[in-house]
Design a protein around this ligand. Structure first.
Ligand code: SAH
Ligand code: SF4
Length: 365
């Protein structure tokens, strides 16, 4: 007989109901435990006081509620908080909480490393080890909610939110290459008995994995961000190597298919501004051409440097000019304010600690 206990943290409503049915327990018991875990952040079955003692004891023997272990917790001056989370003996991933007056955004990871190797990304440069499990994905939100609500009141003195109102999959990894584990985790985020986030407040960001976009649209449509970074295939091939497999024409068609099911009527295009590479006015004009093909908004991200990179951030002037070209064409373009830089928590700086199986770092040395 196996002595491995079931980790209830990763079970969505359907899965936990099935698990309880196999134990001979009624569905409403499963729903109660689900709420204890996700709404009240319970880790210990003994605290679940409205559950019969016998069942609590049995759960203690057969199950656990186990999230990644926190091995780093740093707070930047602007309130951004970064956690380093150990997911196994060799790998740790990062999650970042970004408080603002009107919302609290948690940026979560989907993989330990990334296979895709985009030219300007610290995660990509680290190589890849493995997909995170559904428990490790939802565990980031579970932990953040617990840790943030530990600190009362709900708002910090500066008036910033202290709970998670939005989740973005913009941490480490490519979520569309781990949909098997992503989808149950997303369902928990949306479930009223768990976190109850609306589909519009959960954003999956992809570098353009076309089949994944179609699958997500069919199984669990949430808001979608697509990392564009270039308006033509020649440059995009260089910056996002996955473009060689799914070039712009296919990607843009997939965006339009996604919109048929999406909770929002636009795609967010992310565009990292790299000095002298993709930040000219001509390139901004070419982006306007793309916006004619897909209803979209632009999120311009000033490049965040990391050790060993040859790219540089566009000057504030170039950033402004680029945004203005888009805005003058009637498009919505916001430039992301860089947060948490001092603790390496900004976009693309997340590197965690991963045991690279691709030997990428070695090949580069
Ligand atoms: N793999 C997914 C999600 C994680 S990356 C994707 O690529 O979309 C989240 C965002 O950070 C992406 O838009 C990515 O292009 C951007 N990014 C990566 N490296 C960056 C860097 N060094 N500076 C700024 N943004 C970066
Ligand atoms: Fe992977 Fe996204 Fe980084 Fe590209 S930008 S290497 S897809 S995490």
């Amino acid at each position: 007989m196996s002595t491995t206990k079931t980790n209830l943290l990763g079970l969505d409503s359907q899965a936990i109901t099935a698990h309880f049915a196999a134990m001979g327990e009624k569905p409403f018991r499963a729903r109660q435990v689900l709420a204890w875990i996700h709404q009240r952040g319970a880790q210990d079955f003994a605290t679940m006081t409205d559950i019969a003692k016998g069942l609590r004891q049995r759960l203690e023997e057969e199950a656990v509620i186990e999230a990644p272990r926190i091995v780093g917790d740093s707070v930047s001056q602007d309130g951004t908080r970064k956690w380093l989370l150990k997911v196994d003996g060799k790998n740790a991933v990062e999650a970042v909480f970004i408080p603002e007056p009107s919302r609290g955004t948690l940026c979560v990871s989907s993989q330990a490393g990334c296979t895709l190797d985009c030219a300007f990304c610290a995660t990509g440069k680290q190589g890849f080890n493995r997909n995170l499990t559904r428990a490790e994905i939802i565990g980031q939100l579970w932990l953040a909610e617990r840790l943030l609500t530990e600190a009362t009141p709900k708002r910090s003195p500066a008036g910033q939110a202290r709970h998670v109102s939005n989740v973005v999959f913009m941490g480490m990894g490519e979520p569309m290459l781990n949909l098997e584990e992503m989808i149950p985790a997303l369902r928990l985020m949306l479930d009223d008995r768990a976190y109850g986030l609306s589909r519009r407040r959960v954003t999956v960001s992809t570098s353009g994995v076309v089949p994944g976009m179609d699958r997500l649209a069919a199984e669990c449509p949430v808001a979608l961000a697509v990392s564009l970074h270039a308006a033509d295939d020649r440059l995009r091939d260089q910056l996002v190597p996955l473009n060689r497999k799914y070039p712009l024409k296919q990607l843009l068609a997939a965006c339009n298919r996604y919109l048929e099911r999406a909770p929002r009527d636009f795609i967010t295009f992310e565009y990292v501004l790299l000095e002298g590479v993709n930040d000219s006015e001509a390139q901004a004009k070419a982006l306007c051409g793309i916006a004619k093909q897909v209803p979209c908004k632009f999120n311009l991200i000033p490049f965040n440097p990391f050790r060993g990179t040859e790219f540089r951030r566009s000057s504030p002037d170039a950033q402004r000019r680029f945004a203005e070209v888009l805005q003058h064409a009637g498009l919505i373009a916001t430039t992301r304010r860089t947060r948490g830089e001092a603790i390496d928590a900004a976009c693309g700086q997340l590197a965690g600690r991963i045991a690279d199986r691709t030997r990428r770092a070695e090949l580069r040395a």
